[in-house]
Structure formats: structure tokens, C-alpha cells
Design a protein around this ligand. Structure first.
Ligand code: PRE
Ligand code: MN
Length: 368
């Protein structure tokens, strides 16, 4: 007899569970409607004062077996789950998450397509130093097979204020003049909004350095520039933070963004940073944006460049950044990690990179 009552009561609970679930799902639909309004109006998902108010009302409502503490606990769980679905929708709606964002032709930097299937080398010295240095390095780069973009810093964000700070505008001019002689597109770092115009005037692609990944004013301004952007991950930045930084550029009108993993700071001193290759695989999975790996700054050493370069390409990197100098021991910055021209040539041979391809007709460039 007891058995029978128990199963009847459990049957009633089963029905009540489904009723509660139906109500919860209806509630969740309303929550998503609220969420859509909040997104449009740029309001936060989480609203503690609203939650407090509801908890107060519910705890004071006509009582049953559940006391105020249990009621608060149950509804806190509902609010928490409601926030989760709001945030899931927010993530889905991000531009960086849209599948069709980058066309099959990738992102075009002059005649080089990044993210179109052919790995691209972003290669050159850490800093622009002299006409002779730039010419020697550009000639060596241009002579090797594969798709290449000439990199060199004119504005240098150095840790130590007494270190070489870059040739600034003279450096930009020298970079451009040298690159044009050898038919190479250029990428160089832009440090702030005040120098953005001059850098954009001279360079084919604008690099946001790891230190500047959180510079939201610079990111917004880059959204309005008609040049592709290379966005480096900060050395303490999570992937969510990197994608939100990219979102600043995209949501302000420029979809031509390439992400760059450059190592994160860990306890390990054998490398300058710790190369996070799982980040590359995850970014390739979660976004349509091309992803490259800066091996020089990640490793800070030359002896393990080739196996790490192979690994980066194996996990799906669309390109590699490498610092190369004709006389690394005399370089004005990052000499210890720059490959000399023979090492660079051996690395390219070791990677077996094929010849350059023409950009795909559907490649994008600049703002939408
Ligand atoms: C809701 C969800 C999260 C907020 O922190 C507060 C309330 C809820 O589940 O009731 C809905 C909502 O987003 C809101 O009312 O603003
Ligand atoms: Mn450097």
C-alpha cells in the first residue's frame, strides 16, 4: 500500500516538475527579450539591484514549507542561470564570432592574402635602424619563396625608457621606401592615437602591440582606418579579452583584423614567454579571423624556432612572425632573438613553404 502512495506522489512531483520547467522556459524567453533590449542600449546583463528587489518580494510572499533562505537560494540559482543564457547570446552576437566574416580569399595586405590557406611570413628586423640594414634584410626576404610581409618597428614600446625608442617618422619612411623597392607589403606597430594617421599613411598593415591590446581608444580609432590590423594578444590576456579587443575594431567598422599569439607570461624562464599553441587552435575554432604566431617574441631564442614553427602551422596558424636581422649581435633591440639571414633561409627551407599565391578575388581590406 505504502508503495502505491509513494508512486502516486512521485507521479504528482513529475507533473509539477514539468509545470515548473515550462514556467522556467517561459521566464527564460522573457529574460532573452530583456537581454536583447539591454544589448541594444549597451546595458550590462547583470543587475544586482533588480535581483535584490525580486528576492525581497519573493522572501516576503505567502509562506509554505520553504523558508526565506531556501527561496532566496532557489531564485538566486534561477537568476544565475538567466545571466548565463544572456551572456551566451551576447557571445553569439559578437562580430568576431560570425562565420562568414572573412571571405575565402582572406585578408589582403597589398598583394598578400592572410588566412586564405597559404601561410604568410611576417618577417623583418625588430626595429628600423639604417638604410643599409633595411636594404640587406629586405633583399634576403624578397629572394626567398612564399608569401611575405615586411615587418619592422619605427615606434618602439620599450620596457626601459633609456632603451632605443625607434626612428619614428624617419623609420616609417625608410620602411616604406625599402619595402617598395622589393615589392613587399609592410606591417609596423602603431603606439597611440596621436601617431595613427602618420603610421596609416606609410604602412600597409597596422600592428597593435601586446602592451596596447587594452588601449580601447586606439582600438576604436583603428576601426575607422582603411588598413588591415594585426592585433597581438597581451602577455597576460585571456582569449576572451583578446576577442573583445578585436570586437572594438570590428564593431567600429574595420573587419580586416588578424590575431597574433605571441606567448603569455608564466613562471617558465627558459623561454621569454610561454608559446600558447592551444590558443591558436581555439581561436581558429571560435572565430573566422586569421591567426598568426609571433615565434620571436614568444620564444626569445633562436635554437628551437623550426620545431615551434612547424607546430604552429600544424595547429592551424595562418602565418608566422619572425624577427630577422643582418647582424643580430649589433641590433638596437631584441638582438638575442633575431635570426641572422642564414638562419632565416634555413628555417624557410626547413618549413618547405611553397611559392606565393595571388590574392583571392574575394579577399577583404579595410572597413566594411
Ligand atoms: C534577470 C536576470 C539577470 C539580472 O541580473 C536581473 C534579472 C532575471 O532573471 O530576472 C533579468 C534581467 O536581465 C533584468 O531584469 O534586467
Ligand atoms: Mn622585437
Amino acid at each position: 500500500m505504502t508503495q502505491r502512495w509513494l508512486s502516486d506522489l512521485r507521479g504528482e512531483i513529475d507533473t509539477l516538475n514539468l509545470d515548473i520547467l515550462r514556467l522556467l522556459q517561459r521566464r527564460a524567453e522573457v529574460v532573452l527579450e530583456i537581454a536583447a533590449i539591454k544589448r541594444r542600449e549597451n546595458l550590462d546583463s547583470y543587475e544586482p539591484s533588480r535581483e535584490e528587489e525580486m528576492l525581497r518580494t519573493l522572501a516576503a510572499a505567502p509562506s509554505g514549507p520553504f523558508g526565506a533562505d531556501e527561496i532566496r537560494e532557489i531564485f538566486r540559482a534561477i537568476f544565475h542561470a538567466s545571466l548565463d543564457i544572456q551572456n551566451r547570446e551576447r557571445t553569439r552576437a559578437m562580430r568576431t564570432r560570425q562565420r562568414g566574416l572573412v571571405p575565402p580569399g582572406g585578408i589582403r595586405v597589398r598583394d598578400v592574402a592572410v588566412g586564405a590557406g597559404q601561410p604568410v611570413l611576417f618577417v623583418g628586423p625588430c626595429s628600423v635602424e639604417t638604410p643599409q640594414q633595411m636594404d640587406t634584410i629586405a633583399a634576403a626576404i624578397a629572394a626567398l619563396p612564399g608569401a611575405k610581409i615586411f615587418r619592422a618597428g619605427a615606434y618602439k614600446p620599450r620596457t626601459n625608457p633609456y632603451s632605443f625608442q625607434g626612428l619614428r617618422e624617419d623609420g616609417l619612411q625608410l620602411l616604406r621606401a625599402t619595402a617598395r623597392r622589393y615589392g613587399l607589403p609592410t606591417v609596423t606597430e602603431v603606439l597611440d592615437t596621436s601617431t595613427l594617421d602618420v603610421v596609416a599613411e606609410h604602412a600597409d598593415m597596422l600592428q597593435v602591440g601586446a602592451r596596447n591590446m587594452y588601449n580601447t581608444e586606439l582600438l576604436k580609432a583603428l576601426g575607422k582606418v582603411d588598413k588591415p590590423v594585426l592585433l597581438k594578444r597581451g602577455f597576460m590576456a585571456t582569449l576572451d579579452e583578446l576577442l573583445l579587443s578585436a570586437e572594438y575594431i570590428l564593431s567600429n567598422g574595420n573587419d580586416a583584423v588578424v590575431l597574433c599569439e605571441r606567448g603569455i607570461r608564466t613562471f617558465e624562464p627558459w623561454t621569454r614567454n610561454t608559446l600558447d599553441l592551444s590558443a591558436v587552435a581555439l581561436l581558429k575554432k571560435e572565430t573566422a579571423l586569421p591567426v598568426i604566431v609571433d615565434l620571436s617574441h614568444a620564444l626569445g631564442r633562436r635554437d628551437i624556432m623550426l620545431p615551434c614553427a612547424r607546430a604552429a602551422l600544424a595547429v592551424g596558424a595562418d602565418g608566422l612572425m619572425l624577427e630577422v636581422h643582418d647582424r643580430p649581435e649589433h641590433a638596437l633591440s631584441d638582438g638575442f632573438q633575431q635570426l641572422d639571414l642564414d638562419e632565416f633561409s634555413a628555417l624557410v627551407t626547413g618549413l618547405g613553404l611553397a611559392g606565393a599565391t595571388a590574392p583571392h578575388p574575394t579577399a577583404i581590406r579595410g572597413p566594411r
